[in-house]
Design a protein around this ligand. Structure first.
Ligand SMILES: [Mg+2]
Length: 331
């Protein structure tokens, strides 16, 4: 990297963006955010490491910039809140060129604009090792609208947005060196956080519990069940699958396990009262987004997967045990 750190920080500061809540941005010892009355400030952090969470020989840097923003914003969406700002810690390999830094930042700032959020601070340094991206995201939630993982009750419907397994299937193609259909590549390299959906489900008090799917449906659902102290029944034939995924599935039935545990879907999984079905379906049409009922909340603590014959299903295929599985999503 040829440019000095001050030059880089200046470049970042010029693109950082603005927000009504930003009292003081990049350039002082701290930033200062004004939290509007009656709101909670939400914070979540995420660490992305080259070779652990992404590979630079697979992803282009613009897409990596996009994804760095989206996966963090997704956590705010999962609480039913509005994303506000990001903080970016950037450890740049010594071998990184100015052009590479620019490409990453181009993708990063384009996504900040897409989600209408600003950069409130951060830090940069040279890294003797791999590229390191440490991101903190903050969001605002009006009082009484926060949707946690703990609100599901017995009898609630279980819903999921979008389609499942596409990102994991893309990763499978990459690992095997087989052709990667463009829609699957998009899902893997350029995920979209379901911000509008999360906010509407919260504002209209439709979701009783919610989280975003980063580690795979079955694993993430277990987090929700544990938090809520309930069990669930999921019907495999109800899982929403893309055209590309169905095509692959017709050649290998065990791929269904990627929709169950593949990870990096960044869709919203939520529970809702059965009486909310018509309003949720109307919301799906309005946004528009695909929302699918995949099961229900039960008593106990078990997650029961049912196949087409109504029999209990045991996943046969382990999800790809790839570098991405070590992701941690703790706040
Ligand atoms: Mg999450």
């Amino acid at each position: 990297m040829e440019a000095g750190e001050f030059e880089l920080i200046d470049k970042i500061r010029r693109q950082a963006g603005q927000g009504a809540e930003l009292q003081l941005g990049i350039g002082d010892d701290c930033s200062a955010i004004n939290v509007p009355p009656g709101h909670s400030l939400l914070t979540s952090t995420d660490l992305l490491l080259e070779g652990v969470h992404f590979r630079l020989d697979w992803t282009d840097l613009v897409s990596l910039g996009n994804k760095t923003v989206a996966v963090n914003v997704s956590d705010i969406a999962a609480m039913g809140a509005r994303p506000l700002c990001l903080y970016l810690g950037l450890g740049l390999p010594l071998s990184f060129s100015d052009r590479q830094v620019e490409q990453f930042l181009a993708g990063f700032f384009a996504s900040l604009e897409d989600y209408d959020i600003f950069l409130a601070g951060g830090d940069t340094c040279r890294s003797n090792g791999p590229l390191m991206l440490a991101v903190t995201v903050q969001g605002l939630c009006p009082e009484g609208q926060l949707v946690t993982r703990a609100g599901a009750v017995v009898g609630d419907d279980l819903w999921v947005s979008g389609t499942l397994g596409d990102s994991a299937l893309a990763l499978g193609c990459l690992l095997e060196g087989s052709p990667l259909p463009a829609p699957l590549a998009d899902r893997h390299f350029r995920p979209i956080a379901r911000v509008k959906l999360g906010q509407r489900l919260a504002a209209e008090h439709l979701a009783t519990a919610m989280l975003d799917l980063s580690d795979g449906l079955s694993g993430d659902l277990r987090h929700l069940l544990l938090s809520s102290g309930v069990g669930a029944r999921v019907v495999l034939s109800q899982l929403p699958l893309s055209e590309e995924f169905r095509q692959a599935l017709s050649g290998d039935r065990t791929l269904i396990d990627l929709a169950l545990s593949g990870g990096e879907d960044y869709e919203l999984l939520f529970t809702a009262r059965t009486g909310s079905r018509a309003r949720i379906e109307a919301l799906a049409t309005e946004l528009p987004i695909s929302l699918q009922r995949i099961g229900e909340i039960t008593s106990g603590s078990e997650l029961c997967l049912l196949d087409a014959a109504g029999q209990s299903y045991q996943p046969r295929r382990q999800a790809f045990d790839h570098f991405d599985r070590s992701r941690s999503h703790q706040p």
